[in-house]
Design a protein around this ligand. Structure first.
Ligand SMILES: Nc1nc2c(c(=O)[nH]1)N[C@H]1C(S)=C(S)[C@@H](COP(=O)(O)OP(=O)(O)OC[C@H]3O[C@@H](n4cnc5c(=O)[nH]c(N)nc54)[C@H](O)[C@@H]3O)O[C@H]1N2
Ligand SMILES: Nc1nc2c(c(=O)[nH]1)N[C@H]1C(S)=C(S)[C@@H](COP(=O)(O)OP(=O)(O)OC[C@H]3O[C@@H](n4cnc5c(=O)[nH]c(N)nc54)[C@H](O)[C@@H]3O)O[C@H]1N2
Ligand code: SF4
Ligand SMILES: [Mo]
Length: 649
């Protein structure tokens, strides 16, 4: 082939797998995107979404020129015109209403090293309003920090040492494929895999047991399993006596209800609890992996802490092949001063889980301008009606991204960003310890620019240009100082992944960064706050990760006419609804029309749907979700949403 090359790079999509990839390019056109065999964890395997990503890069629906809305219509403009307009608005609004009248909303679409600089740009400009809290994982980390001092997950490769794996609210077949060969290996060696989820996700098919607790009630399942372990005298006495505090108080929580009562409260059978406990007793070490699905409840900290406690009682903390693991710090390996947050310690921040409400209520000054990058909040933030209202009300909206999605639709300026295949960067992961190179495989499509280049061009219009306008290479050199200090040069990093020297298995010395220096058991929980029910809205709405798409990354044409909801056939029959009925789904926030699919894998008290479909594509499931922040960690409890179904007529 005339001009063929293979580029080693790293997938930067919002996915804990962060695969090493090989991009095959012919005549400056991507022809293949496959897993890189050189990556020690992802080992040449990439998901089906990777090969399909090429279609996304070259999609006719992709916006590849800067656009400005004039009198309601989009017009193609030059970069100079678009960036002059953005800079002028920033200056006018800051002079008239103060910097805080501008909100910078950074999303989850790409979380690379250079993304630190987006905020730095705004910090050099002034104390604009930014965000706190998370639509994704805040709750889990904050909860585990309470028990461990600092959440440190086991390296996924350490799970090869496990005799059992418990996937608690996690669906790696769709969301984290590198765990699949590990699960298979554990089973091949005679170990066990258990999946715990109110709906029979795709991973359940690869497990030895599937347990379906009532949503938000997992705490009771954890207590039931702990109770069986205590009853058999199989608890880890050394850990409880010497390396933990509050073990007695936790035992008190375990003893508060009978085993039968705990199982009834969890909505599981005695056999389920027994199987879980017996697996933890007989198959040591066992790794417990918490999914993000678990976080999306208001008081998820009780559940997560109860599972941490179960890990401790069963002797799985601080041992190879054990652990209660969840996530990693995707911005951890960088010099974080380049966020520049120290420049404005007293700035205003708005709560992400309540973003619609917070924008609408912001006063002194009001939010007049929003700049969003790598996000689609009008689609993905909870209580879409409110978020849409807030964004519509905002005088000037700048959207930086790839497609004309729900948020872009409301914007005044569209800045077309490159994908990771068109840019240089460095990428760490929230699913493992490797940091990898992002190498440019092709020239930018159309007139797209990387976010980094966009901010550099924009900075040239401000008096802080001299502090910001440097090459990507120079910035990466500085941002990656900690990685260089670990002994990996930038040249080495450009060639392939480097493992951050975090432990393979944490807490082996049984020392924890808690106030006591020991593992700290939970001592109380509030039963009223677990898995709330409502007679008006009897079903819990689980809007989970789609198998074929990541969050809202899709095109308008890829939408089915209606979102599909999965519903138990017995419950459907009771309501007089048949498979493929068009139904109205209502919550206290809004309503959505959907196509009903009967599915015996869904509990009778739940409705399951894949998240991410656009409002303008006829989906918009976040019309239904309620907006509130979790009690711990300022996460977003999407799964507190309760709904009712009725036939459309
Ligand atoms: N294909 C694909 N991959 C993705 C994504 C995607 O959208 N699509 N998104 C990426 C992102 S942003 C994230 S954060 C991760 C998420 O990765 P995962 O955590 O694996 O996926 P989720 O679907 O969010 O949640 C997992 C499961 O939690 C279950 N669950 C919900 N509530 C409860 C509960 O109370 N108890 C129990 N036991 N289970 C519960 C749900 O039914 C769901 O099946 O995946 C990433 N990878
Ligand atoms: N109902 C419901 N809603 C949810 C969830 C749920 O479980 N249920 N889960 C939540 C979770 S876990 C998450 S993480 C959030 C995600 O929420 P968001 O981050 O707001 O949304 P995404 O759909 O991930 O959109 C990311 C966008 O960034 C674009 N993009 C990718 N790379 C780049 C880049 O380099 N530059 C720019 N400018 N754009 C880029 C992508 O094309 C995509 O359009 O959604 C949350 N929303
Ligand atoms: S989306 Fe996830 S699994 Fe697929 S290639 Fe990217 S990092 Fe790997
Ligand atoms: Mo997420």
């Amino acid at each position: 082939m005339a001009d063929a090359k293979k580029i080693i790079t790293t997938c930067t999509r919002d996915c804990p797998n962060t695969c090493g990839l090989v991009a095959r390019v012919e005549n400056n056109r991507l022809v293949k995107l496959t897993g890189s065999k050189e990556h020690p964890l992802t080992r040449g395997v990439a998901c089906h979404k990777a090969s399909r990503y090429i279609k996304r890069v070259y999609s006719k629906e992709r916006i590849i020129h800067p656009m400005v809305k004039e009198k309601g219509d989009w017009k193609r403009v030059s970069w100079d015109k678009a960036l002059d307009l953005v800079a002028d608005k920033m200056k006018t609004i800051a002079a008239r209403d103060g910097h805080q009248a501008i909100l910078y909303y950074q999303g989850y679409g790409e979380r690379t090293a250079l993304k630190l600089l987006n905020k730095y740009f705004f910090n050099l400009f002034g104390p604009v309003t930014t965000l706190h809290g998370s639509l994704c994982g805040g709750t889990g980390q904050a909860s585990q920090d309470m028990d461990f001092g600092r959440r440190i997950s086991h390296d996924p490769l350490d799970h090869f040492n496990s005799k059992a794996m418990i996937l608690w609210a996690r669906n790696p077949v769709s969301t984290n494929i590198s765990l699949v060969p590990i699960m298979k290996d554990i089973r091949k060696k005679g170990g066990r895999v258990i999946v715990i989820d109110p709906f029979k996700n795709r991973t359940a098919a690869l497990s030895d047991r599937f347990i379906a607790p009532a949503p938000g009630k997992d705490l009771y399942l954890a207590l039931a399993a702990a109770r069986i372990i205590y009853d058999q005298g199989a608890q880890d006495k050394d850990f409880l006596d010497n390396h933990s505090i509050n073990a007695e108080e936790f035992k008190g929580l375990v003893d508060r209800h009978s085993l039968e009562a705990l199982c009834a409260l969890a909505g599981v059978t005695l056999e389920d609890a027994d199987d879980l406990a017996q697996t933890l007793i007989d198959y040591t070490p066992a790794s417990i992996l918490l999914g993000w699905g678990l976080h999306r409840h208001k008081d998820a900290h009780y559940t997560i802490r109860a599972i941490d406690a179960l890990g401790a009682v069963s002797g799985n903390i601080g041992v190879e092949g054990g652990g209660v693991s969840q996530g990693f710090e995707e911005f951890g390996p960088y010099d974080q001063q380049y966020w520049g947050d120290h420049l404005h310690p007293d700035r205003r921040t708005l709560s992400m889980p309540l973003i619609g409400e917070e924008i609408l209520n912001a006063n002194d000054p009001k939010i007049r301008m929003i700049v969003t990058t790598a996000s689609n909040p009008v689609c993905m933030a909870p209580n879409q009606n409110k978020v849409e209202k807030a964004f519509k009300k905002t005088e000037f909206l700048v959207y930086c991204g790839h497609f004309m999605d729900d948020t872009a639709d409301l914007a005044d300026v569209f800045l077309p960003a490159t994908t990771f295949l068109e840019e240089e960067d460095v990428m760490a992961s929230y699913g493992h310890n490797y940091v990898g190179p992002v190498n440019k495989a092709i020239a930018p499509v159309g007139e797209c620019k990387s976010e980094f280049d966009i901010f550099v061009e924009l900075a040239k219009r401000f008096d802080f240009a001299h502090r910001f306008c440097r090459s990507a290479k120079d910035w990466l050199h500085d941002i990656c100082a900690p990685i260089r200090e670990y002994g990996c040069s930038m040249d080495d990093l450009a060639k392939g992944p480097f493992r951050i020297p975090e432990p393979m298995a944490p807490y082996l010395d049984k020392k924890f960064e808690t106030p006591s220096g020991k593992f700290e058991f939970m001592t109380r929980y509030d039963p009223k706050k677990l898995g709330r029910t409502s007679t008006a809205f009897p079903y819990t709405l689980l809007t989970v990760a789609a198998h074929d798409f990541i969050c809202s990354e899709r095109t308008l044409r890829e939408h089915t006419p209606l979102p599909e909801i999965h519903f138990n056939p017995l419950e459907a029959e009771r309501l007089g609804l048949e498979d493929e009925a068009v139904v109205r789904v209502k919550s206290r926030s809004g309503e959505v029309m959907a196509l009903l699919r009967t599915d015996p894998g869904v509990r009778c008290d739940c409705v399951m749907a894949e998240r991410g479909g656009w409002l303008k594509g006829g989906h918009g499931l976040n019309r239904l979700t309620i907006d509130m922040a979790s009690t711990i960690g300022c996460g977003t409890p999407y799964y507190e949403t309760r709904v009712t179904l009725s036939r459309e007529n």
